[in-house]
Design a protein around this ligand. Structure first.
Ligand SMILES: Nc1nc2c(c(=O)[nH]1)N[C@H]1C(S)=C(S)[C@@H](COP(=O)(O)OP(=O)(O)OC[C@H]3O[C@@H](n4cnc5c(=O)[nH]c(N)nc54)[C@H](O)[C@@H]3O)O[C@H]1N2
Ligand SMILES: Nc1nc2c(c(=O)[nH]1)N[C@H]1C(S)=C(S)[C@@H](COP(=O)(O)OP(=O)(O)OC[C@H]3O[C@@H](n4cnc5c(=O)[nH]c(N)nc54)[C@H](O)[C@@H]3O)O[C@H]1N2
Ligand SMILES: [Mo]
Length: 708
């Protein structure tokens, strides 16, 4: 330690040869993208720590962020463009030049456009966000609506629920008297949120209800009340609470009369959810439901966590979400001080406080007279509200092998293991005429591509990055890109040019595109590009709280819609305009008595990214299933035993991890372990959410037995 301090005191200095440079961590979602201080020697990163002066992360870094060096130098980094020479999936490739790669991609994609139509090419992005506006425009200018992303399983379902209710994206509010952490454990998924909550609880005395079947760090540290419903029954819990609030007159009648559409129909439909029925459906004792209702009555202001995944990953996910958010509508907590308010505008999926022309940039070349985006026929509400591809429907679309089938896939960051029933995705890869994947690593998905292109990490590139409080920065590479790897955005620009796409703005490259996107924002981007600092943009006016209540929401009625007119206008969809509850689907209750939740977050890994990083992997090396000790006793299972989980489409072995943190009858496993791919046994179509198209990763009926 002393040696390190002595070394640090000398930095930067000619005698150490160590330079100090700044960048951002892009391993996890854009919400944090924490600032990094990188120590660089001989052109290599030798250490990464938090950037103390960064206005958003202030020097903090999580375990994932601390492994940026391991991530950058992962052994399977792709260094050159590659062309497949073996069978699909075999992993045999030859090195080619960038020019050869671009020429071949241009020939193949333009050939498919000529023979079958541009709409037979799909464009996809995995979890990464920073290049997405370029990729969407590339797809649209090429002539395809089928641009899709990991939003097909993440974040968009909650957004769609809010689009139905207010027409806008909404954000939670930590200045409420009561906060409900509904399916939220930020300690593992977003460490900055609990840090803020801890401070505010102490400062303002905010009350906190946790709704989570599991005992978690959040429930232990925050919960004034912890409700533990069965997985996927949150809609029933929320409607039971709503019924009590209405029956007891603990709602904001004046606000409802003025601002809420469809209240009478809603009130009528929730009458069936008596306390007894609520307890029966959710497993939460009626007395506890009543305690929560009384806390809402006493609070006056209330906010509820937004859920990108755990509430959405169910057959009834989006409806459950609508049921929960309806509690805010009937208590007068939407668009008010201390309630849920529209999110400050975002750039590149990060809340910033300024409103750019990013969506126009993405959609102004959207092709109209072509086949609709993949999934539009199966999940019409998705298409109505999003206009892009529901990527979960892509495999089936390809396997159908009909006139609507996609022939070629151009992807940045394709990870087939993120999809439920992912064996079908591999089957679909086999059927493609052409498949390109751009990734950092030679992943098990890239091995199925015809051409694999190497991109670079945030430490090797420049990008514009917005932060709350009207901040913007342009990062600088801290080391040269490894091998011949390039920025995703440059690959898209180069291809657009080689393919002769008629779109001068796209073809002029990322920096120019961002200037176009920022054209009405009072900031000189050349100055931002020249600076090493995070810059605050002055002179941006924010809409005052209550503005939308006064001026109308972006819904057909201009009001907060409990009864969605968007859904109501399409009875042929068979979807309910009201927030209603349906139980998760069990194909055979006798055979499948357990409920499986796959994919709650672990602090040390992020999806497929860090299982290959030895340091992170060592923190939880074995794929485990968490199971209640009472269930273990019944089944004769002990810690570390090999057990088998069986669903309607397959079975998989795990090590047993008995724990009181999970409820009886429920099992928790974690996704991302390549050798125990839980998504290989999660059915998709039979149990997916008909509103959003999301997989039901978190409420899969199954059974478990010893694997002797
Ligand atoms: N069972 C189960 N499945 C789930 C979930 C669950 O809870 N349970 N969660 C779902 C959710 S919410 C999400 S968000 C998805 C996430 O799933 P994915 O989108 O698959 O996420 P990753 O595996 O992190 O990233 C995808 C790929 O991007 C590559 N990559 C990393 N950085 C870059 C870059 O800068 N450029 C390019 N081109 N590629 C890069 C990675 O190497 C990886 O191959 O998984 C979903 N799947
Ligand atoms: N370390 C790490 N951080 C991540 C990620 C990662 O992979 N690793 N992924 C990022 C991504 S893409 C996402 S989408 C977010 C997700 O982050 P979060 O939204 O925080 O999601 P989870 O941790 O999956 O789930 C939170 C809690 O919901 C509970 N839960 C699960 N199902 C239900 C249910 O049906 N009802 C209720 N009431 N509770 C339920 C779980 O027990 C869990 O404790 O995390 C992001 N942050
Ligand atoms: Mo996600």
């Amino acid at each position: 330690m002393a040696d390190y301090d002595a070394l640090k005191a000398k930095i930067p200095g000619p005698d150490t040869g160590i330079e100090v440079k700044h960048s951002i961590c892009a391993i996890c979602s854009p919400a944090p993208h924490c600032g990094l201080t990188c120590l660089v020697k001989d052109g290599k990163v030798i250490k990464v720590e938090g950037w103390k002066e960064h206005p958003d992360s202030n020097g903090a870094l999580c375990t994932k962020g601390l492994s940026n060096k391991e991530f950058l130098y992962r052994e399977d980094r792709i260094l050159y463009p590659m062309r497949r020479i073996g069978e699909r999936g075999e992993g045999k490739f030859e090195r080619i030049t960038w020019e050869e790669a671009y020429a071949e991609i241009a020939r193949k994609l333009n050939g498919i456009k000529e023979t079958y139509g541009a709409d037979k090419v799909a464009f996809y992005s995995g979890y990464n966000k920073w290049y997405r506006s370029m990729l969407a425009r590339f797809a649209h200018s090429f002539g395809s609506q089928s641009y899709g992303t990991e939003h097909s399983s993440c974040f968009a379902s909650g957004l769609m629920a809010w689009q139905c209710a207010t027409g806008m994206e909404m954000g939670m509010n930590l200045m409420a008297k009561l906060f409900i952490g509904w399916a939220a454990n930020g300690y593992y998924s977003m460490y900055k949120l609990p840090m803020g909550i801890e401070k505010l609880k102490a400062l303002t005395g905010m009350k906190y209800i946790v709704v989570d079947p599991r005992i978690t760090p959040a429930s232990r540290r925050f919960a004034d009340l912890h409700l533990r419903p069965r997985l996927g029954t949150d809609g029933a819990l929320a409607l039971t609470m709503a019924n009590q609030l209405i029956q007891n007159g603990w709602i904001d009648k004046e606000y409802i009369d003025k601002h809420v559409h469809g209240f009478d129909r809603y009130a009528e439909s929730v009458k069936q959810y008596t306390l007894e029925k609520g307890e029966e459906l959710t497993g939460v004792p009626a007395a506890d439901i009543m305690k929560a209702v009384e806390m809402i009555r006493d609070a006056r202001t209330m906010s509820i966590s937004e859920s990108s995944a755990p509430l959405a990953h169910h057959h009834n996910g989006m409806q459950n979400y609508r049921c929960i958010m309806s509690l805010l509508a009937i208590t007068g907590n939407i668009g008010t001080q201390g309630g849920q308010n529209p999110s400050e505008s975002s750039f590149s999926e990060r809340t910033t406080g300024y409103d750019t022309h990013e969506r126009d940039f993405m959609f102004e070349t959207y092709p109209e007279n072509v086949d609709k985006a993949v999934g539009a026929d199966v999940h019409p509400l998705w298409y109505e509200l999003r206009r892009d591809m529901q990527a979960n429907d892509l495999a089936q679309n390809i396997l159908n092998q009909d006139e609507k089938s996609i022939k070629a896939l151009y992807a940045h960051g394709m990870n087939y293991r993120m999809f439920a029933e992912d064996g079908k995705v591999l089957e679909a890869f086999k059927k493609l005429d052409f498949f390109v994947d751009v990734d950092l690593f030679m992943t098990d998905s890239a091995k199925w591509a015809d051409i694999v292109l190497p991109c670079c990490t945030s430490l090797e590139r420049s990008e514009f990055k917005g932060y709350p409080g009207c901040h913007i920065m342009y990062t600088k590479p801290v080391v040269r890109p490894l091998g011949e790897s390039r920025r995703d955005v440059d690959i898209i620009t180069d291809l657009a040019n080689v393919m002769k796409i008629d779109d001068p703005i796209l073809c002029s490259g990322y920096e120019n595109a961002v200037k176009y996107i920022f054209r009405d924002i009072p900031v000189d981007l050349d100055m931002v590009m020249a600076s090493d600092e995070v810059i605050k943009i002055e002179g941006i006016e924010q809409k005052p709280v209550g503005w939308y209540l006064e001026n109308g929401w972006r819904t057909p009625t201009g009001k907060i819609e409990l009864y969605s007119e968007v859904i109501g206008a399409h009875p042929e969809w068979g979807l309910d305009p009201l927030p209603t509850y349906t139980p998760p689907i069990n194909p055979d209750p006798e055979k499948y008595p357990f409920m499986l939740c796959s994919g709650a977050r672990l602090p040390n890994v992020l999806h497929s990214r860090l299982h290959g990083s030895p340091w992170q992997r060592s923190l939880l090396p074995d794929p485990m299933v968490e199971i209640n000790p009472a269930d273990c006793e019944k089944l004769g299972i002990e810690l570390g035993d090999d057990v088998e989980i069986v669903t309607s489409i397959g079975s998989l072995k795990f090590k047993a991890n008995p724990t009181h943190t999970v409820k009886e009858g429920q099992l928790f496993v974690y996704h991302g372990y390549p050798e125990r791919d839980i998504n290989s046994i999660i059915p998709y179509r039979e149990i997916c959410d008909p509103y959003s198209g999301y997989p039901a990763y978190r409420s899969v009926y199954c059974t478990i037995r010893r694997a002797d």
